[in-house]
Design a protein around this ligand. Sequence first.
Ligand SMILES: NC(=O)c1ccc[n+]([C@@H]2O[C@H](COP(=O)([O-])OP(=O)(O)OC[C@H]3O[C@@H](n4cnc5c(N)ncnc54)[C@H](O)[C@@H]3O)[C@@H](O)[C@H]2O)c1
Length: 440
Amino acid sequence: MSDLYSRVVNSPPGRFVAPRVGLPQPAKLERQAPGTPVVAGAVLSGAAPGGRLDKQVERLLGEIGAPRPEKSDSPVKALVFDATGIADSTELVELQRFFHPNVKRVQTSGRVVVLGTPPAGLPARAAAAQRALEGFTRSLGKEIGRGIAVQLVYVAEGAEREVESTLRFLLSPRSAYVSGQVIEVGAAVAKTPAIDWSQPLDGKIALVTGASRGIGAAIATTLHRDGAGLVLLDVPALAGDLAKVATELDAETIELDITEEDAPGQIADRLSGGVDIVVHNAGVTRDRTIAKMPEDRWTSLMEINLSSEERIDDELLERDLLRENGRIVCVSSMSGVAGNSGQTNYATSKAGVIGMVEALAPELAERKATINAVAPGFIETQMTAAMPIPIREAGRRMNSMSQGGLPVDVAETIAWFASPASTGVNGNVVRVCGQSLLGA
Ligand SMILES: NC(=O)c1ccc[n+]([C@@H]2O[C@H](COP(=O)([O-])OP(=O)(O)OC[C@H]3O[C@@H](n4cnc5c(N)ncnc54)[C@H](O)[C@@H]3O)[C@@H](O)[C@H]2O)c1
């Protein structure tokens, strides 16, 4: 799982040679460590005239104690630009006016966040101008380099107060491998509670499937860090590994194959006191081109990656076990967004997961809950370590960060969705892919 290339090009001789011969130079991404501030440096904010989020941004920067830059040319850790005031294409020049003089000031592993208004429902000119922000942020993410992540957050009118958890996530090292994303923050599905940001999941119960290893174990560890009580599930064959993770995290376990006919009932019985967070992480690949794909290979994968998740959700919702301000978080994949040769079955299932999120989001909102998905790109796990070297190296380098992500990057994104303060984040699919060159 070690990224030898990154180590070589970041050694003193590598740092000298790599840029001279045009090799990618992955920056060392900063990740969340205990006790570190939300932003480890100065934050510069700006706005196009007529913006409506300046108060929220000011208040947040004050709350997290983010200093302003000392001088007009001193380095900054993050840039935040409120573009909600842009109502016509001629006003998009405000982007150039803010970013042209400031973009080089952003430090390695820094952050850029542009705030906009969802285009749907706006008058045509305003809608076009707001939609144009996507082209700007996605391009900036590709040209800025040095491990700096760039996002666009559309904040619905009236949902200004709901933006805090999203800004905290996107400005912090928790979002190290999330870049080039477009996130929507809408009306709160439930009352936003007062929150202790160091233990946002205190008192919450979370179910994590496929939790004995890889991304699932990282999700469990991260939710535990944030204060959640855990119920961890994996197949009986991995009961030993599951028990190890559970002992460390003081968690309960369910040894169960989620495709068993009575699995939804068994899970619901174990969660009969209610559950706050359900993370559908269990998943498999069974790669073959469609010409070589036997039916059982197709159906066994579809059962694990999609159909069983649907049945578990149905059971939990029918029995009303998802508590108010509850969360369902699904794990899709870049393959489900962009498609991948040899993965028609896997990509179908993971695109189906996105469909499930989109279809259930309004129903979940009515129940005062949310459903969202992460779509990981190349993540350094046992699965990707087993890939042939050329495919593995292509996967690692073909993104704006020029490196693979870590399981914790997926877990941090799930923890943001899971936060009780993310009550305006519903129906989103956020890629954790370092802004992969594949897919939109
Ligand atoms: N690793 C990556 O780069 C990557 C990229 C995109 C998406 N994903 C997705 O992330 C999730 C986790 O992947 P990972 O890389 O940690 O894989 P992994 O194989 O290490 O972990 C998957 C876990 O799911 C469990 N599982 C499988 N079938 C099950 C069943 N029928 N019932 C209960 N549990 C079952 C496995 O036992 C395992 O513990 C998967 O949904 C995967 O598709 C991974």
